[in-house]
Design a protein around this ligand. Structure first.
Ligand code: MET
Ligand SMILES: [Zn+2]
Ligand SMILES: [Zn+2]
Length: 423
């Protein structure tokens, strides 16, 4: 193997070994690793932003371009990963074991691969004397998997008021990171099972985490107590699940002409249920937690109306444990950034097809898009099954290495996007 590629694989394994899994991610270890690795790569001085939120440091590298007034390219990844049930894995999930040409660990797809691929690509270009026209800001942020409030949203000082003002055209100057105006962002996507066929995301479904509480009569478990919290919660759950079945049917019934994808329908999942302490005491309170994902075509009022309907019984109420910013799509058809993005993918893989879709889950891009920054979700992993959050998350070593060249092409094209001609 090429020595630079061996170094990249070793760095990837080391990054996978940093324990940034929720619920207790060691961000200090991840940032320390990234700083050391940036030095090893001879990159421009890495920055650690650790004053925004206690114990949630972020990592940045800035490459200042020759046209440093022009809005910069942002390459974003997140350093946190979801938990892993080691008993269900063939290899320990935090070791980065290589077996049969594949690297196994939580984060191989989502998304520590991207952090290393982007850093390798940037350093390889710089080592060849590359000087980009537009500046590049590389960020590695915490907390994406738990909502990004202390991660990307904190980095952007995101507020709904500012987002609304920008949407209304009252832009208070450009969106900046590390003091640089951001023109376009690349963030996470999904592995692409069919080689040469890339899914590219210019939007995503808005994630709502909902807590439902039912209160009702209590008493002895031997009696016919009426209006119990359990009954009410189950009534709610049945309505939510009936809606879920309708949406699933819509997805599955859509023939080739409609061709609906997961990102086009609403998913509702009951993920938390809590009630009761003793078998012979009717609980006076019961709670449910839901994960609801809403496509950009569905207004938030529509979702609130559904929840109001499902909880229209005395003793039922709901609150949002997480409410996303207003959902917006990134325009691609007349965007010079998107044209450059496609050029780059084709430069790396001439026969590649880029198919635009709505990302079915959530990414940090929603905060950028809500502030009006165009953002594209993309994964260079080609010919790989989608294993994010799954047991045995893994990628082929060769897939990991070939992704580096894709980011080199993306950096080259996206930093050369010309400024629009003055009006
Ligand atoms: C609301 S935060 C959720 C973030 C995570 N990436 C997901 O889609 O589940
Ligand atoms: Zn992710
Ligand atoms: Zn994830």
């Amino acid at each position: 193997m090429d020595p630079a590629d061996s170094r990249a694989v070793a760095a990837f394994q080391k990054f996978l070994q940093t324990r940034t899994d929720h619920p207790a991610p060691d961000y200090a270890a991840a940032v320390a690793f990234l700083v050391e690795y940036a030095h090893e790569l001879g990159m421009p001085e890495p920055r650690v932003v650790d004053g925004l939120v206690a114990d949630k440091p972020m990592f940045q590298v800035v490459v200042v371009g020759t046209e440093n007034e022009a809005p910069a390219l942002l390459l974003n990844s997140h350093m946190d990963v979801v938990t892993a049930d080691a008993d269900a894995w063939d290899h320990p999930p935090f070791d980065g074991v290589i077996a049969d040409g594949r690297i196994y660990a939580r984060g191989t797809q989502d998304m520590k691969c991207v952090t290393i691929q982007q850093m390798e690509a940037l350093s390889r270009l710089l080592a060849r004397g590359w000087t980009p026209a537009r500046s590049v800001v590389l960020t590695v942020v915490p907390d994406e998997e738990i909502g990004g409030v202390d991660g990307m949203a904190a980095l952007l000082s995101f507020t709904v008021e500012e987002a609304a003002a920008r949407a209304a055209g009252e832009a208070p100057g450009p969106v900046t990171i590390a003091g640089l105006p951001i023109g376009f962002a690349l963030d996470e996507g999904l592995a692409n099972p069919t080689p040469g066929h890339y899914t590219v995301f210019n939007g995503e479904r808005a994630p709502f985490f909902v807590d439902v509480t039912a209160t009702g009569a209590t008493g002895h478990g031997s009696r016919f107590i009426e209006d119990t919290a359990m009954e009410k919660l189950i009534g709610f759950a049945n309505k939510a699940l009936a809606f879920r079945a309708e949406q699933a049917a819509k997805l599955h019934a859509s023939g080739s002409c409609e061709g609906k994808k997961l990102g086009d329908v609403i998913t509702v999942n009951l993920t938390i249920l809590r009630a009761g302490k003793l078998h012979n005491v009717i609980p006076s309170e019961a709670r449910a937690g839901l994960d609801i994902r809403v496509p950009p075509t569905v207004g938030y009022d529509e979702l609130r109306a559904l929840l109001d309907d499902w909880t229209a019984t005395d003793g039922l109420s709901y609150t949002f444990a997480y409410e996303p910013p207003l959902n917006s799509l990134t325009e691609t058809s007349s965007s010079p950034w998107y044209a450059a993005f496609e050029r780059a993918v084709h430069a790396a893989h001439p026969d590649a097809v880029c198919q635009l879709e709505v990302f079915p889950a959530a990414t940090d891009s929603r905060y950028l898009r809500a502030l009006g920054v165009p953002a594209i979700g993309f994964s260079p992993l080609a010919g790989e099954p989608i294993l994010l959050h799954d047991h045995n998350e893994s990628i082929a070593v060769s897939t990991f290495i070939s992704g580096i060249a894709v980011y080199e092409a993306l950096l080259t094209e996206l930093t050369a996007v010309p400024l629009p001609a003055p009006m």
